[in-house]
Design a protein. Sequence first.
Length: 139
Amino acid sequence: MSDLDGEIEREIIYDHYSHPRHTETMGDAGCLLENPSCGDRLRLRLAGTDPVDLRFEGKGCSISQASASMMAELLCGKSREEAIAIAESVLAAFRGEKSPESLEAYGDVAALAGVAKLPVRVKCAALAWQGALAALRRA
């Protein structure tokens, strides 16, 4: 990765962290997701499944919050089946089961490709995706 690529990835992550998409104040509504190793907390609400409409509210590190924003932006508007397939693919890349380059198919999510090399950050990046996948499978 070139220095320019790394800088672009940092800018994308910072943009999603600073200006998250698909957020909503939820109070006690939605499913609470926590990453105790880092202190990340997200509330996730599946507002619709045809097409998918996800909302979240959270506090935590830039990776967890940016990943949640990217997740909601990418999955909203997709069919339930398509959203499940995307979430499974992204999680597989985070776990190192798929090439990090496979994330390039998912727009801004590609900025998180380096997460697979940092096991302590995988939990941060995967939190929202795991919650969305569980919600979509239950729907």
